[in-house]
Ligand binder design. Structure first.
Ligand SMILES: [Zn+2]
Length: 93
């Protein structure tokens, strides 16, 4: 336990401090998400799990999913932000 505390409290000589690893991990995750938004902007609807139809609990009728309008897919949140930035950039130039 003491060894663990010493390892996390002080950066090990020659190695990277733990917070830098954390920052790199976060950066990697962010880049991965950006890549997803760039190349796979469309993902399965969370409400109907990509089926396009939604069955309310305790009912037999299936109705088209309202959130994705029956398409079963939705635009990623990151892509919406991306589009907004793109629009702002286009308007500025
Ligand atoms: Zn849906």
């Amino acid at each position: 336990m003491d060894a663990l505390r010493a390892a996390t409290a002080t950066p090990s000589p020659g190695g990277l401090p733990w917070w830098l690893w954390l920052a790199l991990l976060g950066l990697g995750g962010g880049l991965y998400y950006l890549a997803e938004c760039r190349w796979w902007p469309i993902t399965d609807c969370r409400k109907c799990e990509g089926r396009g139809k939604f069955q309310p609990k305790g009912r037999k009728v299936r109705r088209p999913c309202r959130r994705c309008k029956g398409t079963g897919s939705r635009l990623r949140f990151g892509r919406k932000v991306w589009n907004r930035f793109a629009r702002v950039r286009k308007a500025a130039s």
